[in-house]
Design a protein around this ligand. Structure first.
Ligand code: NAD
Length: 505
């Protein structure tokens, strides 16, 4: 349980070795609501000593504890319990998630359900981890074992705090690993709650450790720690690069889910009403703070004006406001710094010649002035060489780019360092499947904005990442394959005594 609050706000400890503990230094930090910039929790601030304690706990739990040695069915039952508790406590968890990260309550409720789905999916896969039997000539029996990797450090961002943690924990636990989860400093509360739920569901002590603290110190120490076998990271591409460097020291296994600049391409033969609504969803949900946000809208010139007119009209009707209110359709962005950064991108886009056709400003009416609220923003006439067409803004800002030919749009869509996702709107079946192959993206959706259920693999091409989360593929990230060969008919081997004749004699 969270420690009793000494002021009005709740205090949350670290979770190490099954215990809620303060940081070794005794230090804490405040976490705030992006809607008010007022504190919603006080967190233990982990440091290097806590990293050492958490890694030692996870190491002991892996090397000596019951979790990797349990039957898969026992692990599966416990994981089903985690999902059941998430569902039972959905209203509370969703409210806290919204208070801490600012996403609207409807989306937070969806994230809790999606997190429970994720645990249920991997509870099923825990019992389906099969090796192979490999046919061999002669007396050899050869087979493979799928074994857990060991101690996993899992570092997650602030845009889907609970769901990103679930995507990490569920496959790692299913395979019998132990772990240390480090949430983003901006949104740490639901990660601690998830750690407590794991314990309550029966996950043994030391298997799930939660460290809240600064990425530069705690994240880096985990990524470089010799007691950690694997690092799984979701966040910015630049941070991912640093993690790879740190992990190289001990050749840790690394999986990375990084940034994106995903294209959304609309052809004249599409159902334009569906395309407008789907495109709004693809950019403005979670106030644009999605790695898979379709931030570049490629409009064929024949439908450009009609489509954009309707899109801008509907964007203007999105209800921006208090994310805890059910009616609200878009909440604040994560922090004043992020709001400033997003508006700087807008200013630069105007300076570079893009045309602002919606938003581009803070919303400060009434109570909203205290939070980080931005209007849904659209720039038309964006060129490939502009910053807005190349860099991840991570806010509710859309770049509209006109096109004429298929070749031209494929070339432009692929012309960034990223390759996370892409969407096509067309009713031409040949075009849809041909372009799905030509787009450099880990996830392509056709006539559908964006979806990431646990059954389908998720991850990036190019600098959007390494490895695939979700689906059966995620089990590859959290297992290693051991080959075992058995001689069923041992004969005297005598390699040195019966040396073969030289060739040609
Ligand atoms: P971030 O890279 O700043 O932080 C992510 C996590 O890494 C946080 O927990 C942070 O504390 C930690 N961290 C920061 N510096 C670190 C360091 N030097 N060493 C180790 N850990 C460090 O990202 P963010 O701002 O929290 O999240 C937004 C980014 O995440 C965007 O780029 C977005 O595209 C990406 N993202 C990607 C996916 C995906 O699945 N591909 C999903 C969600 C978000």
């Amino acid at each position: 349980m969270a420690v009793a609050a000494s002021t009005q706000i709740e205090h949350y400890d670290l979770i190490i070795g099954g215990e809620n503990v303060p940081a070794a230094s005794g230090e804490t930090f405040e976490t705030v609501s992006p809607a008010t910039n007022q504190p919603v929790g006080r967190m233990a601030k982990a440091g290097l000593e806590d990293v050492a304690r958490a890694v030692a706990a996870a190491r002991t739990a892996f090397d000596e504890g019951p979790w990797p040695r349990m039957t898969p069915l026992e692990r599966s039952r416990i994981m089903h319990r985690i999902a059941a508790i998430l569902r039972e406590r959905l209203p509370d968890i969703a409210r806290i998630e919204t208070s801490n990260c600012g996403k609207i309550i409807v989306e937070s409720r969806g994230d809790v359900t999606a997190s429970a789905n994720c645990f249920e999916y991997y509870a099923g896969l825990a019992t389906q981890l099969w090796g192979e039997q490999i046919p061999m000539n002669g007396p050899l029996l050869d087979y493979t074992l799928r074994e857990p990797v060991g101690v996993c450090a899992q570092i997650v961002p602030w845009n889907f705090p609970l769901l990103m943690a679930a995507w990490k924990l569920a496959p790692a636990l299913a395979a019998g690993n132990t772990l240390i989860l480090k949430p983003a400093s901006a949104t740490p509360i639901t990660a601690v709650m998830l750690g407590e739920i794991c314990r309550e569901a029966g996950v043994p002590d030391g298997v799930v450790n939660i460290l809240t603290g600064p990425g530069k110190e705690v994240g880096e120490a985990l990524a470089g720690h010799p007691g950690v076998d694997k690092v799984a990271f979701t966040g910015e591409t630049a941070t991912g690069r640093r993690i790879m460097e740190l992990a190289a020291g001990t050749i840790k296994k690394v999986s990375l889910e990084l940034g994106g600049k995903s294209p959304n391409i609309v052809f004249p033969d599409a159902n334009l009403d569906e395309a407008v609504d789907g495109s709004l969803f693809a950019i403005f949900t979670n106030a644009g703070q999605r790695c898979t946000a379709r931030t570049r809208l490629f409009l064929h010139q024949d439908i450009h004006d009609q489509f954009l007119g309707e899109f801008v009209r509907k964007a203007g009707n999105i209800r921006v406001g208090d994310p805890l209110q059910h009616e609200t359709q878009m909440g604040p962005v994560i922090s004043p710094t992020q709001a400033h950064r997003i508006l700087s991108y807008c200013q630069r886009a105007e300076d570079e010649g893009a045309e602002l056709v919606a938003g581009g400003k803070r919303i400060t009416e009434g109570d909203l002035g205290a939070g980080n609220f931005l209007a849904p923003t659209v720039f038309d006439g964006v060129r490939q060489d502009m910053h807005l067409a190349q860099e991840e803004v991570f806010g509710p800002v859309l770049a509209v780019i006109p096109f004429v030919t298929e070749d031209e749009v494929v070339q432009a869509a692929n012309a960034t360092i990223y390759g996370l996702a892409a969407t096509l709107w067309t009713n031409d079946i040949k075009r849809a499947h041909t372009l799905a192959r030509r787009l450099q993206a880990g996830n392509v959706s056709i006539n559908y904005p964006t979806v990431n259920p646990p059954e389908a693999p998720f991850g990036g091409y190019k600098q959007s990442g390494i490895g695939r989360e979700l689906s059966r593929h995620a089990m590859d990230l959290y297992t290693q394959t051991k080959n075992v060969v058995v001689n069923l008919n041992p004969q005297p081997f005598d390699w040195y005594g019966r040396w073969p004749e030289a060739p040609g004699t």
